[in-house]
Design a protein. Structure first.
Lengths: 253, 203
C-alpha cells in the first residue's frame, strides 16, 4: 500500500505469509506465520506449565504458583458455571483458555503475529464448541433437548415467536462468540498500528514537528496497556461463554 | 457467479459483508485492494489444518500431562491440609477434654477436701466435747470424793469431839460433884446438848 509518508496499511499485519509451502489433497496447507504463532502459543504454554510442574512441591515456588493459579482459575470457572458434570470437559476448557490467552498475549509483542485476529480461526473454535455442545446436549437429553427452545412459563400465544427467537439466538452463538474475539483483536491491533504509523510518520517530518509525534506515541503506550487487558479479557470471555454453553447443554436452562 | 462462489462458505454472511464493507470503506484507495487479509479464503485451509493439528496436540498435552500433574499436586495438598486440619481439630478437642477432665477432678478434689474438713471439724469438736465431759466427770468425781472425805473427816472429828466432850464431862462432873457418871449417860447428855446447839446454830 502506498500511503503518504511510507505509512503501512494498518491491516497489512494480518497478512498470512507462508513459511513452508505444503499442500495436501489439492489444498494449500502451508506452514505460515499464523501457524508459527499458534505453535508458539501452544508450545510456550505447554513448556511453561510442564516445567513449572516438573518438580512439583507441596509449597509451590513462583512458577508452580503461576501454573496452579491458572489451573485453579479455569477450574473455578468450570465449577461455578458448569458444576461437577463439567469435570470431563475441564482439559478442553483449560486448553482453550491457555491457547487463547497465550495467543493473544504473544500477539501483542511487536513483529509477532496474532492468530486470534483471524476470523477463520476464532470461528472454527467457536463452531467446534457449538457443535460439540449441541452433540453433548442431544446425547444427554435426546429429543427433550428441543424443550430448550421453549421458554418456560411463556403465554401460549407467544410461544411460536419465542421459539423462533430462541432458535435464532442459539444459532447466532458461534457467530457472536467468534466475532467478539476476532473483532477485538482486529480493532485493537489495527488501532495500535495506526498510532504507531502516525508517530513514525510525524517524526519523519523532522525538526520541531518531531515533537508532535510524542502525542500518538503516548497514546500508543496507553493503548498497549489497554490491549493487554483486552487480550486477557477476551480469552476469559471466550472461555466463560464456552462454559455457559456447556452448562446449557448439560442442564438445559 | 463469482460472488456466489466466494460466499459458498456462508457461515456468517452478515458479518463477512459488514467486514468487507468496513474494510473497503477504510482502505478504499485502489480498486485492486484486497481488503482484509482475513477474508482471503485461500488462506483458510492452511489455518484450519494447523489449528486442528496444534490445538489437538496441545489438548493431548494438557489433558494427558499438564492438568493431571497440577491436579495431583493440588489434590495432594488438599488432602494434606485436610489431614493436618483434622489432626489439629482432634488435638484441640483432646486438649479441651483434658482440660474438662482436669477441672472435673479439681472440682471433685475440692468438694472432697471440703467434706473431709467438715468431718474433721465435727470429729474434733466431738472429741473435744468428749474430753471436756470426761474431764468434767473426773473433776466432779474428785469433788464428790473430796466432799465425802470432808464429811467423813468432819463426822470423825465430831465423833472424837463427842468422846473428848464425854470424858471432859465425866471428869468435870466427878470433880464438881463427885458423882460418877457413866460414859453412856454423859454421851446421851452431850448428844442432846449438841443437837440443841446444832439446832441453834442452824437457826
Amino acid at each position: 500500500m502506498s500511503n503518504s509518508g511510507g505509512m503501512h496499511s494498518p491491516v497489512e499485519q494480518f497478512e498470512i505469509k507462508p513459511l513452508i509451502e505444503l499442500s495436501l489433497g489439492g489444498y494449500d496447507i502451508s506452514f505460515t506465520n499464523s501457524s508459527l504463532f499458534m505453535l508458539l502459543a501452544m508450545g510456550v504454554s505447554a513448556i511453561f506449565l510442564f516445567s513449572a510442574m516438573r518438580r512439583a512441591e507441596m509449597v509451590p515456588g513462583r512458577m508452580q504458583g503461576m501454573a496452579e493459579m491458572m489451573y485453579e482459575f479455569v477450574a473455578e470457572m468450570v465449577r461455578t458455571n458448569v458444576g461437577n458434570e463439567g469435570r470431563p470437559y475441564f482439559p478442553f476448557i483449560f486448553t482453550l483458555f491457555v491457547f487463547l490467552l497465550f495467543g493473544n498475549m504473544i500477539g501483542l509483542i511487536p513483529y509477532s503475529y496474532t492468530f486470534t485476529s483471524q476470523i477463520i480461526v476464532t470461528f472454527a473454535i467457536a463452531a467446534f464448541v457449538f457443535v460439540g455442545v449441541t452433540v453433548i446436549a442431544l446425547f444427554k437429553h435426546g429429543l427433550h433437548f428441543f424443550s430448550f427452545f421453549v421458554p418456560a412459563g411463556a403465554p401460549k400465544v407467544l410461544i411460536p415467536f419465542l421459539i423462533i427467537i430462541e432458535v435464532i439466538s442459539y444459532f447466532v452463538r458461534p457467530v457472536s462468540l467468534s466475532v467478539r474475539l476476532f473483532a477485538n483483536m482486529l480493532a485493537g491491533h489495527t488501532m495500535l498500528k495506526v498510532f504507531a504509523g502516525l508517530a513514525v510518520m510525524i517524526s519523519g517530518a523532522g525538526g520541531l514537528a518531531m515533537a508532535g509525534s510524542l502525542l500518538p506515541f503516548l497514546a500508543l503506550i496507553g493503548l498497549t496497556g489497554l490491549e493487554v487487558l483486552v487480550a486477557a479479557l477476551q480469552a476469559y470471555v471466550f472461555t466463560i461463554l464456552t462454559c455457559m454453553y456447556l452448562n446449557d447443554a448439560l442442564h438445559l436452562h | 457467479m463469482i460472488m456466489a462462489k466466494n460466499l459458498r462458505n456462508q457461515i456468517n454472511t452478515i458479518v463477512l459483508a459488514l467486514l468487507a464493507f468496513w474494510s473497503t470503506q477504510a482502505f478504499a484507495d485502489g480498486a485492486d485492494e484486497p481488503g482484509l487479509p482475513q477474508l482471503d479464503i485461500a488462506t483458510w485451509p492452511s489455518q484450519l489444518f494447523w489449528l486442528v493439528v496444534l490445538f489437538g496436540a496441545g489438548y493431548l498435552i494438557m489433558a494427558k500431562v499438564v492438568t493431571p500433574s497440577i491436579g495431583a499436586v493440588l489434590e495432594e495438598r488438599r488432602i494434606k491440609l485436610d489431614g493436618d486440619l483434622e489432626k489439629a481439630r482432634r488435638a484441640s478437642s483432646d486438649a479441651a477434654k483434658i482440660r474438662a477432665d482436669y477441672e472435673n477432678d479439681l472440682e471433685k478434689a475440692r468438694t472432697e477436701a471440703a467434706k473431709f474438713a467438715k468431718q474433721a471439724a465435727i470429729e474434733a469438736s466431738r472429741e473435744a466435747d468428749n474430753a471436756e465431759a470426761k474431764v468434767r466427770q473426773k473433776l466432779a468425781d474428785k469433788v464428790t470424793k473430796a466432799e465425802g472425805n470432808l464429811a467423813k473427816a468432819k463426822s470423825n472429828a465430831m465423833g472424837n469431839l463427842n468422846d473428848v466432850a464425854v470424858e471432859a464431862a465425866i471428869e468435870a462432873i466427878a470433880a464438881l460433884t463427885g458423882i460418877k457418871t457413866t460414859s453412856a449417860q454423859a454421851s446421851k447428855a452431850i448428844t442432846s446438848i449438841a443437837t440443841k446447839l446444832n439446832k441453834q446454830e442452824a437457826n
